[in-house]
Write a protein that binds this ligand. Sequence first.
Ligand SMILES: [Zn+2]
Length: 327
Amino acid sequence: MLLKSEFQPKLIYSPEYNINFFGVEKLHPFDSCKYGRSWNELFAIYGKQLQSLHILPSRSISHHELSTVHTKSYLELLSSSRYLAQALEMPPLALCPSRLIDKHILNPMRLATMGTLIAAKSAIKNGIGINLSGGYHHASEANGEGFCIYSDIGIAIASLRMEGTIQETDQVVIIDLDAHQGNGLERIFLNDQNVKIFDVYNAEIYPNDGWAKRGIDLDIPLKSGTSDRKYIELLQEYLPSYLDSITPIRLAFYNAGTDIYCKDPLGKLDISAQGVLSRDILVFKTLLELKIPFVMVLSGGYTKDSYLLIANSIRYLIDNTSGIPAP
Ligand SMILES: [Zn+2]
């Protein structure tokens, strides 16, 4: 058992996170309905008890909140279908009216960005906030790429600081274990001494962003084909001691991309389903033992099994912290 009562998870999810746009979502390997599939899997396990943990975002993130991180010219650029087609990696979208892209793809992302902010507020209040989406770690102030348009974590940090929930001097850590380097966040926080980034990623795939690497505080680049044993050993060697060296940490964001999974077509690592679960348990236990409030976001994961990996890890967290009896 972990730390019941001190850390109560909240699960932030809306059915509107899922992107269904006349089949256009199939243009990208991303399973744009994995959020709903993860929710359904958890609901099948816990039934109505899951509602006691659930928060439904009541609105999308506002233009004002977006502008705490993103430049005016970038936000204006998001009305260009051609730009969006490139950032979302779906070339045919260039021919689509931008208002339709906004309604069917960007608005679900703005709702999920709000979800990350709500998760962050829940983490400050209850210890754990899980957003069943988000983790758009390639988006920076004036650039969208790699299916990431809005920097949900960047906006959450900026919003919490603006409203005074956290102070500029509070230490915030981003643990980015998605298979891809989190270059957007690294660019945003390059000169911010109080936001630290721990990044473990496959250095042989996109984005290979040398400039952004300067924003990583603990950098663990991996080779394609890295196995469970090597991956978990590295994480065990570096994560607990790194977090323990920063005190106190006000809030951690865990970018829990499941594209490290061996069947993932984009991540190109060799981590088994058990390895993904072991990674997540190691992160959860470390954060709970150090009593660090944390947000979990889903980030990448591009296989038909991704939702099951996500649900397995969240199940572990709920069973060990929520007080809901394990089914
Ligand atoms: Zn990724």
